[in-house]
Design a protein around this ligand. Structure first.
Ligand code: XMP
Length: 514
């Protein structure tokens, strides 16, 4: 069966992959391609899918920079509908001879756009719509073969279209949830402009992932890093379906796990027919991290040590392949693409040492977002405890204890984490929150307990709402729940004298503190 597909050309924007995922959510297949894809490669793709349209993503460059990423203009000759978003919007205008330049006022965040002509991509929209902007350049004018469809106070050409060809540009980001009618705009492009059929399903993706693991591993053996989080659990089940008992799942207890984590993992996976090896590596991790304060170094060391442990286990199992549950946001924020900025090193990506003994690392979930992984998990029959588990970072509590790691500090963070989890779960807020956890800060403060002066740690509570971890808002947790958590932490953990609540969104903060 040939799927209808809309392809996204990647100019390095933070939200680029989100576009692909939003399209797939509408039942249309989508893939992200490098912006400089050759027309021949493009033709090959067109043999696999019915390519119905192209989206040019946003990106951090300026179209008039000498080395700004460009697109092979021959692609426009295919006559396919094209939608440019942000940088893509500016690029189309620039290539057509329009005027693009720095905006007097940069716009980041919510903006109100006036829609003068609700046609094509903007069909059915109101005169005033709430959109998400994030740009420093704008389009000042377009040539006569184009018409302006919308503007904002700072942006005279916020949307345009070609008068005869199906070419559109939007200055804003319809793929981001803060653009209120973003989905409608994308649906207009898919179904009105590109005339796509919605004939793609999540099950097709599972089949493709299984086939991919089979093809990559061949007759070989593989091990997988199973952490008990949703990503590695899904990757384990996918890999087991692909290669059966040639797979060994390895759970490494690096000592930065949540309370009773190894028991939890053992319990869940005994229901599946999977070779599971539990490794207690607490001592070696702590030894390597002695005296290390810098968060990025911590992440690198943990990533490296992980790989070393896996290499040893792989040798025992006779496995030459490593399978990982890396998902898309892990990769984008590790700066794996040439035109995007590195934010932090996620341990299972850029933290990998360059000298790897595995023949290959296979990452079947690499293009998925967390909630897509949840859907896959349900289809695969994984239990609710896994499907709705909050994400937990690979380096675990190590990135939730600021400064040097000691067994004592990790234990405090673990106890505080347990209290927060229990109270949030009791309050019924669990499913509303993306993550909720404790951070042991490296600030000490004065307190008074039982009429005596105390001097001890400050614990921060972090709880966020998010859809895919690329952006997040701090959660407005009721004071009574915060109060309960604070009281329990200071009562039950003698070393803690003060509890604070983190009220920072992402951006500018990240979700984890380190
Ligand atoms: P940040 O802190 O970058 O986190 O806003 C985004 C999401 O990723 C999780 N996270 C990680 N996941 N390995 C992982 O598998 C890591 O090294 C890592 N660091 C952060 C974080 O918990 C949040 O859900």
């Amino acid at each position: 069966m040939r799927y209808d597909a809309v392809l996204v050309l990647d100019f390095g924007g933070q939200y680029c992959h989100l576009i692909g995922r939003r399209i797939r959510e509408q039942g249309v297949y989508s893939e992200i391609l490098p912006h400089n894809i050759k027309t021949e490669d493009f033709k090959l793709l067109n043999e696999k899918f019915d390519v119905k349209g192209l989206i040019l993503s946003g990106g951090p460059a300026s179209v008039y920079d000498a080395n700004a990423p460009k697109v092979d203009v021959k692609i426009f000759d295919f006559g396919l509908p094209v939608l440019g978003l942000c940088y893509g919007h500016q690029l189309i205008a620039h290539l057509a001879g329009g005027k693009v330049g720095p905006a007097k006022r940069r716009e980041y965040g919510v903006a109100y756009v006036t829609i003068d002509k609700p046609v094509g991509v903007l069909k059915g929209l109101n005169r005033m719509e709430k959109v998400w902007m994030s740009h420093s350049d704008i389009v000042f004018s377009v040539p006569p073969e184009f018409e302006v469809l919308a503007c904002t106070e700072n942006c005279p050409v916020a949307a345009f279209r070609h008068k005869e060809k199906p070419i559109y540009g939007l200055q804003w980001h319809p793929e981001v949830v803060h653009t209120e009618k973003g989905i409608q705009m994308l649906r207009n492009f898919l179904f009105e402009v590109c005339q796509c059929k919605a004939n793609w399903r999540m099950e097709d993706l599972i089949g493709r992932m299984i086939e991919e693991v089979k093809a990559e591993v061949g007759e070989g053996k593989a091990i997988i890093a199973l952490s008990g989080g949703i990503d590695s659990s899904v990757a384990t089940v996918v890999a087991a379906k692909a290669i059966g008992d040639r797979l060994t799942a390895v759970f490494v207890d690096h000592g930065f796990m949540r309370e009773k984590e190894p028991e939890f993992v053992k319990n869940i996976f005994k229901r599946f027919k999977i070779n599971l090896v539990m490794v207690n590596a607490k001592e070696r991790f702590l030894k390597r991290l002695k005296g290390v304060v810098d968060p990025e170094r911590k992440r690198k060391i943990i990533g490296e040590e992980f790989i070393r442990v896996f290499e040893e286990e792989a040798e025992k199992a006779g496995a030459e392949y490593l399978i990982q549950g890396t998902i898309y946001p892990d990769r984008i924020e590790s700066g794996f693409r040439k035109f995007s900025d590195k934010i932090k090193t996620h341990h299972n990506v850029a933290g990998l040492p360059t000298r790897i003994k595995f023949k290959k690392i296979v990452e079947p979930l690499r293009d998925l977002y967390k909630d897509e992984v949840r859907k896959v998990a349900k289809v695969l029959g994984l239990p609710e405890e896994i499907v709705f588990r909050q994400p937990f970072p690979g380096p675990g509590l190590a990135v939730r204890v600021a400064g040097e790691l000691t067994e004592k500090k990790v234990e405090i963070a673990r106890k505080a984490d347990k209290i927060i989890r229990e109270e949030i779960e009791k309050s019924g807020l669990k499913r509303k929150l993306w993550q909720y956890f404790a951070v042991l800060t490296d600030t000490k403060a004065t307190g008074v307990k039982g009429d005596a002066r105390t001097y001890g740690y400050v614990v921060a509570i972090r709880a966020v709402e998010s859809r895919e971890a690329m952006t997040a808002s701090f959660a407005r947790i009721p004071y009574r729940v915060l109060e309960k958590i604070s009281t329990r932490i200071t009562n039950e953990i003698p070393e803690v004298v003060r509890v604070v609540y983190d009220i920072t969104h992402k951006p500018p903060a990240t979700i984890e503190w380190e």
